[in-house]
Structure formats: structure tokens, C-alpha cells
Design a protein around this ligand. Structure first.
Ligand SMILES: *[C@@H]1O[C@H](CO)[C@@H](O)[C@H](O)[C@H]1NC(C)=O
Ligand SMILES: *[C@@H]1O[C@H](CO)[C@@H](O)[C@H](O)[C@H]1NC(C)=O
Length: 228
């Protein structure tokens, strides 16, 4: 099973490869429908992007949204429909805070679940962004897969003040600029944890190609640390 995301700004939908729509949103006056191969017309009240599925007391799907926050709902075991009300549990961001690409992950040996997200603006223009506004990978942790998640200093990821809650995993450094869009998994060959992400190079045209970054993560301190 896999999920795909279709986006045609300003709306987007998460679609299941199996059948119709995982999420159905109530019609909101004045909003446009997504043109897609989906059998039914659907209306959205927020951007529904960046699906992440975990198995924690049943299947849970998180998604969203850049400025409206990250939410999580229950999904039926046949993965064809939401089995809890949308938008669901608020996990991070919201209130205009730029947060997206969230994933929830539990290392085997950890008693914590970690909620990784990209904070800021992904790099799409030829000019650098104001310092600190570019993408970076932040994380919070919690005792379960449905939150609440907190940064190292105890601030909940749902707080929307500046600086953002959550602890830095990876930010711009050297020629690596605006890393984000991360995914985390356990490498079955080495048995180690891996984070993959995209970034652009400071010493190249900002709106040129993106690169794929791959690093191991070490969770032994209780927080993920990027290592070679
Ligand atoms: C988990 O802990 C076991 C026992 O301490 C260790 O052998 C194993 O390497 C650890 N796995 C990871 C991925 O850290
Ligand atoms: C930019 O820097 C990276 C290493 O930091 C290097 O591999 C790459 O070739 C550089 N690109 C250019 C155009 O110099």
C-alpha cells in the first residue's frame, strides 16, 4: 500500500493508491475542487499534503499543511477511509507557522516517538531567504505516536511562537542550504537509522537542482543526532 499526494495550488489531496480518497472534506464555500483522477469531487478547507502513515493503536495518518498545522487521523485497516473525524489531532504548527513534511518515527530501542518536521520555506527562488527563514529539520518527542510532542526545552510543537518549538536536527551549514522534506527509516542492512532529505547548494544557483542528502541518525542520547 502506498499514498500519493496530488497538489494543484491552492488545494491538494492525499489519495490512496487502493481506491478513492482517504480524506473527504466538507465543502467550503468559495474553495475550488482538486482536478484529479479521483472518482468523486472533493473540497478542501486546508492543504492536505505530505502523508505519513504509522501503526500505533491502529493505523494513523498525519498530513498538512504549511500554515494550518500538522494533523493526524485514524485510518481504517483497509486504508480506504478515515475512521476518525477530520482534521483530527493537532500535532504541530498552525496559526500561520510554516511547518510541513512531518513524519512520526519510533526507534526500536527508544521509549519515545519522535515527530520530525520541516520548519520554514523550501528554497525555490534564485535569492537567499531572510536568515533563519529557510527550511530546517526540527523534532519533538512524546511517549506515544499520537503526541503531544515536545522539544528539548519542553515547549509543545503546537505552540506557534518564534523561535519555533522543536529541537534542531539539521539546518543550513557549509554549502548545504535549506535542508528539509525529510524521511527517517531503519536501514535493514546496517541496522542503523537513516534520514534522507533534500537541500540546495549555497555555492550554486539557488533555483537550480536540489540534492539528496543521506545521513545516519544516532538516537542514543535520547534525541536524534546527525552522524556520518
Ligand atoms: C538496540 O539495542 C540492542 C541491545 O542493546 C543493540 O544490540 C542494538 O544494536 C540496538 N539497535 C539499534 C538500532 O540501536
Ligand atoms: C559546491 O560545493 C560542493 C561541496 O560543498 C561541491 O561538491 C560542488 O562541486 C560545488 N559546486 C560548485 C558549482 O562549485
Amino acid at each position: 500500500m502506498c499514498y500519493i499526494m496530488r497538489s494543484r495550488p491552492p488545494t491538494a489531496a492525499i489519495l490512496s493508491s487502493v481506491l478513492p480518497l482517504v480524506l473527504r472534506w466538507n465543502q467550503v464555500p468559495g474553495q475550488t475542487s482538486v482536478q484529479s483522477s479521483c472518482p468523486s469531487r472533493v473540497m478542501f478547507s486546508m492543504l492536505v499534503v505530505d502523508p505519513d502513515l504509522i501503526d500505533y493503536n491502529g493505523l494513523k495518518l498525519s498530513f498538512g499543511s504549511w500554515s494550518s498545522g500538522i494533523y493526524q487521523i485514524s485510518i481504517s485497516s483497509d486504508v480506504n477511509h478515515a475512521s476518525s473525524r477530520t482534521p483530527g489531532t493537532h500535532l504541530a504548527g498552525g496559526n500561520g507557522r510554516p511547518v510541513e513534511g512531518a513524519i512520526t518515527f519510533k526507534p526500536d530501542n527508544s521509549s519515545y516517538w519522535f515527530h520530525f518536521f520541516s520548519d520554514g520555506v523550501t528554497h525555490l527562488t534564485s535569492k537567499p531567504l531572510p536568515p533563519g527563514k529557510e527550511y530546517k529539520v526540527l523534532v519533538g518527542r512524546g511517549s506515544g505516536g499520537t503526541g503531544p510532542f515536545y522539544g528539548k526545552f519542553g515547549r509543545a510543537l503546537t505552540e506557534t511562537s518564534d523561535p519555533p518549538p522543536g529541537s534542531l536536527v539539521l539546518g543550513s551549514h557549509g554549502d548545504v542550504y535549506a535542508p528539509g522534506g525529510q524521511s527517517v527509516f531503519k536501514d535493514p542492512v546496517s541496522g542503523r537509522y537513516v534520514m534522507v532529505y533534500h537541500y540546495v547548494r549555497k555555492n550554486e544557483t539557488f533555483d537550480g537542482q536540489s540534492y539528496l542528502g543521506i545521513n545516519f541518525l544516532d538516537f542514543s542520547s535520547g534525541w536524534p543526532v546527525v552522524v556520518d
